[in-house]
Ligand binder design. Structure first.
Ligand code: ZN
Ligand code: FE
Length: 264
């Protein structure tokens, strides 16, 4: 499968997901129409029989669904996927997903994880097609080196959602909703200064950004190594932030999230 990041707005990513076998494609989180339509047009040029048949929404926020209406109209897209309870908040939604829902995009298998916390209807799309590495679209729940703000849920909910993602195969490629990597990793190294994986990630993100490239994808294995929100049990993070060793993972996650909210 092919995944093309499409930079939108100031720091959002929409994605063009293509099944190479059937040339069926989906747009993940079209923030705004123009860059998405342009990316589709460029790929039509290279691949005349590309059929964009679906929009995948990770959650209802405007910077993720703002392009749904126009993109669906202009490309004749009928299927707009989102979580069932986001009904009415995702423009043109036609498919109402739950935890464990499955469907196909051409030869690609798609499976839904409910990952509430940032919003109550946040979902991840796990896309597989052997022998490719699996891919997950995480919206604003798991970022490279960070996690989203907890707007509609609470820390235990966000912790459970992040743990669900953490248990995907380590080689799973992570495509998230925003380019926040460098600031996330500044926080990561502040809370866990001896973590060498964080240092290496900072270096590689800096090079990619200097070259004008996105920092996505990372992998679940990478995130387990450097993302403080998947490392709530790290003794160093706990001691930096004054989190008791006996505190639960959910309590620690809440404390790490609060520290990040006020980190400059
Ligand atoms: Zn959001
Ligand atoms: Fe967002």
């Amino acid at each position: 499968m092919r995944v093309l990041p499409i930079p939108c707005l100031s720091d959002n990513y929409a994605y063009l997901l293509i099944d190479p076998e059937t040339n069926e494609a989906a747009i993940v989180d079209p923030s705004e129409p123009e860059p998405v339509l342009q990316a589709v047009a460029e790929n039509l040029g290279r691949n005349g029989d590309l059929k964009v048949v679906a929009i995948f929404a990770t959650h209802h926020h405007h910077d993720h669904v703002g392009g749904n209406e126009e993109v669906a109209t202009r490309l004749g897209i009928k299927k707009v996927y989102g979580y069932a309870s986001d009904n009415g908040r995702i423009p043109r939604q036609s498919e109402f997903l739950e935890e464990g829902s499955t469907f196909t995009l051409g030869s690609l298998q798609v499976r839904i994880l409910a990952i509430p916390g940032h919003t109550l209807g946040a979902i991840a799309y796990v896309v597989t097609r052997e022998p490719s590495d699996p891919v997950v679209f995480t919206g604003d729940t798991l970022f490279v080196g960070g996690c989203g703000r907890i707007f509609e849920g609470d820390p235990p909910m966000m912790h459970a959602s992040l743990q669900k993602l953490a248990h995907l195969e380590p080689r799973t490629q992570v495509y998230c909703g925003h380019e926040y990597t460098e600031s996330n990793l500044r926080f990561a190294t502040h809370v866990e200064p001896s973590n060498q994986a964080v240092r290496r990630a900072i270096e590689s993100a800096r090079k990619r950004r200097e070259a004008g490239l996105p920092t996505v994808p990372s992998t679940i294995g990478d995130e387990l190594a450097f993302n403080p929100f998947l490392r709530a049990n790290s003794p160093e993070i706990r001691s930096t932030l004054g989190i008791e060793p006996v505190a639960s993972g959910a309590e620690a996650l809440g404390a790490i999230r609060r520290a990040k909210d006020s980190f400059k």
